[in-house]
Ligand binder design. Structure first.
Ligand SMILES: *Cc1c(COP(=O)(O)O)cnc(C)c1O
Length: 383
């Protein structure tokens, strides 16, 4: 039986050559590759404007920074997400106001959003959880009614589309992640995508000290002015070179993910103790198939870590997306006084699910092995 890691970057000779070429030159930042990557990403998404950044988190921060969100403001944040979705709000000293997940998919429960809005609410963030797009018509309707800025956390959404429109182009601005276990990698890195050119143009300055001219735009070396506050959130040329090559592989990656997911979901259908979180494409919702989340029933979930350990001992890698609802993490619990009784749906997903890999580093036989191992682990750990 071969090892089945949860995630494994697929780096080929093309990536190696591209990175080596950058190292052989003199331009490690501010070069042509970041521009090419941004251009190619727009082409892949089918529209909009893009600017590369150092991580998805940096991109999310820039979205709020662009909008001038700060102390006293509130931002709606899904409870079931990576901590980065909320931290990006905290960076600005605004307050994240968490909304529980819907049980079916783990996406933000849009029935609960209206009740979380106050006169201080300035923005709403959504995460396309495990790659299944949120119902953005509903999000935009609420946002329109309350004049809210819409930020999409697209960390798991390379290839996610709603009504044919790529994630990141549905709200006001989206941020993608190229961290190694995501859909494609630049080691660390991210991309801000938006249908609004003026947002991307300003964020492009704000990710680089607020300088008014990029290196290539300066008539005289060293001659520039700073017209606004800005961070150092650029992507370098080594990362961008990786990104250009990785992006070429993404259509194939997405196909493989969809195929693996469907095979694995079929295999799991026979296991009574397991419910599969809805992350597959349906109707207007096109998924990017980040992983398959197997939700254990209440009784079986009590021995989840034993099950995970058995799977690990048989070389089947798993993960948990995400280990706690964000408001239950110590930082948020202590700062805002959340009890662990809150956000029950997000908590159930955190406490009872096992994330199973469907990445392009795996094939149909691996899916069969994952399902078989999960089934055996449930049986063997049974009291
Ligand atoms: C991974 C992840 C992030 C963080 O991405 P980085 O590129 O590491 O900053 C943010 N949000 C979600 C939903 C993620 O899964």
């Amino acid at each position: 039986m071969r090892a089945i890691p949860f995630g494994a970057p697929i780096i080929g000779q093309e990536e190696r050559d591209a990175v080596t070429e950058v190292l052989g030159g003199t331009q490690l930042v501010h070069g042509p590759r970041a521009k090419t990557f941004e251009h190619d990403f727009v082409e892949f998404a089918g529209g909009g404007h893009a600017v590369s950044v150092s991580s998805c988190t940096a991109g999310l921060h820039l979205a709020y920074f662009y909008r001038g969100i700060g102390p006293g403001d509130e931002v709606i944040v899904p409870a079931q997400t990576h901590v980065a979705t909320a931290h990006a709000v905290e960076f600005t000293s605004a307050t994240p106001v968490f909304v529980d997940a819907e049980a079916r998919s783990g996406n933000i429960d849009l029935d609960l959003v209206e009740a979380a809005i106050t006169p201080r609410t300035k923005a709403i963030s959504v995460v396309h959880y495990l790659g299944l797009p949120v119902d953005m018509d509903r999000v935009n309707a609420v946002a329109g009614a309350h004049d809210l800025f819409v930020v999409e956390d697209c960390a798991l959404a390379v290839g996610s589309r709603y009504k044919g429109v790529h994630a990141g182009l549905l709200g006001d601005v989206g941020s993608f992640s190229f961290y190694p276990v995501k859909h494609m990698t630049t080691a660390e890195g991210g991309m801000v995508l938006s249908r609004h050119p003026e947002i991307v143009a300003r964020i492009e300055r704000q990710r680089a000290f607020g300088v008014d001219r990029q290196l290539g735009e300066r008539k005289m070396p060293g001659l520039y002015d700073v017209t606004m506050l800005g961070y150092n959130y650029r992507m370098n040329e080594l990362q961008a070179a990786l990104g250009v090559e990785q992006l070429k592989r993404v259509p194939g990656f997405l196909e493989k993910r969809a195929e693996n997911y469907s095979v694995l979901a079929d295999h799991l259908r026979g296991i009574d103790e397991v419910d599969v979180l809805a992350s597959a494409s349906e109707g207007p919702f096109q998924s990017s198939y980040y992983c398959l989340s197997a939700v254990l029933d209440d009784r079986t979930a009590q021995r989840r870590f034993d099950i995970i350990n058995v799977m690990k001992s048989r070389s089947v890698g798993t993960s948990i997306y995400y280990p706690m609802p964000v408001p239950h993490l110590a930082y948020y619990r202590e700062k805002y006084g959340y009890s662990t009784e809150t956000y029950p749906v997000a908590a159930r997903i955190s406490n009872q699910s096992i994330a199973l890999p469907v990445g392009p580093h795996l094939d149909g036989d691996d899916m069969e092995q994952i399902a078989r191992t999960l089934k055996a682990a449930i049986k063997e750990t049974s009291p």
